[in-house]
Design a protein around this ligand. Structure first.
Ligand SMILES: Nc1ncnc2c1ncn2[C@@H]1O[C@H](COP(=O)(O)OP(=O)(O)OP(=O)(O)O)[C@@H](O)[C@H]1O
Length: 470
């Protein structure tokens, strides 16, 4: 027997503990069963080729999977029975062909204890397929590769609903192009996170992602912020001059949030930049050549605005090359629990808590209609975690019902319990009141700002500041 050093032993233990993660990093399907075909370990790729969740897969038996049509056949059982390596082709429910190899692992007495099965998606391509079949397999492979990267990407977008999964697939394809994109969706649906995703998955990912909120740029500074200026271009300008946001986005991605709020004269200037790929800083005579990808976002109907004359039609057609509509959270209920649990994990870590969410809590979250969309959900979950911190110290906390009653009624103020300095309490009340009003206004920013008696731009700033606290 080879001697194992202490260090190697520790590393072996580490590798064993992290086997699930190691599996998940493999691009091809892989799973381990016991000799009866019960799946003990697998990876996301395998689950994706079958169109089921990894959790579901880990509760399955290969014989059942074959009976239910997820696989045309199983080599794992054959390998367990014959006690030798068995190879062959099979097709999954998603019509993905793969070469499968099942290897039995035996104990000292020659009994099969485990079977390791690996699938090779690539080998199927060598099997003389028609060009249509090949294209379909290739498409599937790209989708799986992308979905895998999304599953493995910790900061990725949560997408459990069919609508969001499809949208992410579309986004993955769109990311590879350089065309302008307009992201449409209510406030808090995830337009910015999707814009970042498009950038991260594009060939420009190593360059800057510059986000500009057209609604919060002070009107008198919009032009100088976007175009930059030369030394002493105007009173109050910095002596050294300044590069504009267009220039800052050179080679990268420029994200223009709330594009509908861009004043008409600036719309004309933006159009010129997009058509000529050149910007001229204020006070300069030199045009600078730029190359950036533009992603715009809005919760408004730009096409309607062109008919009303508040948005330039030529700019609209220039921007709207790829329109992407993000559905409100209430229309994709399958995402609610996944998002809630995802945020719950993050906040638990942030506040160093070991707690669990009760089924009742999840049920209440599921029933709410989320006018403030994902942003509202995230804030509610944070409050749940903070409340548990204040009210309990035990390990397994059942989230209190009163709190959830207040969520479903939209009455946020009663739910609060305060502590800290006056400044902290005021901030906390402000945050909760803003959410209450947003809730009452069905997430409509303008209406909420009116009700709060503040400018829309101020409301945006406050919401962004709340987000950055996390
Ligand atoms: N699918 C998602 N998965 C994980 N987090 C999400 C998802 N969608 C939105 N979020 C989170 O919700 C919050 C709001 O999202 P985001 O800022 O992208 O929305 P938005 O549509 O751009 O809002 P606004 O129009 O008000 O600027 C952010 O913290 C974002 O990270």
């Amino acid at each position: 027997m080879p001697r194992v050093s202490k260090k190697t032993g520790r590393n072996y233990q580490l590798a064993k503990q992290n086997l699930g993660q190691i599996f998940d990093n493999l691009p091809d399907p892989i799973f381990v069963t016991d000799r009866h075909g019960n799946i003990l370990l697998s990876n996301s790729t395998t689950a994706l080729t079958l169109d089921i969740s990894l959790d579901q897969l880990l509760k399955s038996n290969v014989r059942d999977l074959v009976n239910k049509g997820y696989y045309t056949k199983s080599y794992a059982l054959e390998a367990a029975e014959k006690k030798c390596v068995v190879k062959g082709e099979l097709t999954t429910k998603l019509n993905i062909k793969q070469m499968s190899t099942s290897t039995p692992i035996m104990d000292e007495e020659g009994n099969v204890v485990l079977v390791l099965t690996t699938g090779r998606l690539a080998e199927a391509l060598e099997k003389g397929m028609s060009s249509e079949e090949l294209e379909s397999v290739n498409r599937r492979k790209r989708e799986i590769e992308y979905l895998r990267s999304y599953v493995l990407d910790k900061d990725s977008i949560v997408a459990e609903s069919k609508a969001m999964k499809q949208l992410l697939l579309q986004a993955h394809v769109v990311a590879q192009t350089d065309s302008s994109v307009v992201l449409y969706g209510e406030s808090g649906t995830g337009k910015e996170i999707l814009a970042k995703y498009l950038h991260r998955h594009s060939k420009r990912s190593a360059e800057a992602f510059i986000a500009v909120n057209c609604a919060t740029l002070p009107e008198h500074l919009v032009e100088s912020e976007l175009f930059g200026y030369e030394k002493g271009a105007f009173t109050g300008a910095s002596a050294d001059g300044k590069i504009g946001l267009f220039e800052a986005a050179h080679r990268g991605t420029l994200f223009l949030d709330e594009i509908a709020e861009l004043p008409l004269p600036l719309q004309a200037k933006l159009l010129r930049v997009l058509e000529t790929h050149e910007v001229r800083r204020l006070g300069s005579h030199v045009d600078r050549r730029l190359d950036f990808r533009l992603i715009a976002a809005t919760h408004k109907d730009l096409q309607k605005m062109t008919q009303e004359g508040t948005f330039r039609a030529d700019l609209f057609y220039r921007l709207n090359v790829i329109p992407v509509q993000i559905p409100p959270l209430r229309e994709r209920p399958a995402d609610i629990i996944a998002l809630a649990l995802n945020f719950f994990e993050k906040f638990k870590k942030k506040y160093g808590l070991e707690i669990q969410m009760s089924a009742e809590t999840l049920d209440s979250l599921q029933k709410h209609n989320w006018p403030g969309n994902v942003r509202e959900l995230r804030n509610v979950v944070e409050r749940l975690v903070i409340n548990s911190l204040q009210n309990y110290s035990s390990e397994d906390i059942d989230m209190e019902h009163q709190m959830l009653g207040s969520i479903t009624q939209g009455n946020y103020l009663q739910a609060a319990s305060y502590s800290g300095t006056l400044k902290e309490v005021i901030k906390s009340v402000e945050k909760q009141y803003i959410y209450q009003v947003l809730n009452e206004c069905g997430g409509r920013m303008g209406e909420a700002a009116d009700k709060l008696g503040i400018y829309r731009t101020v409301l945006y700033r406050k919401l962004k500041a709340i987000e950055q606290e996390i």
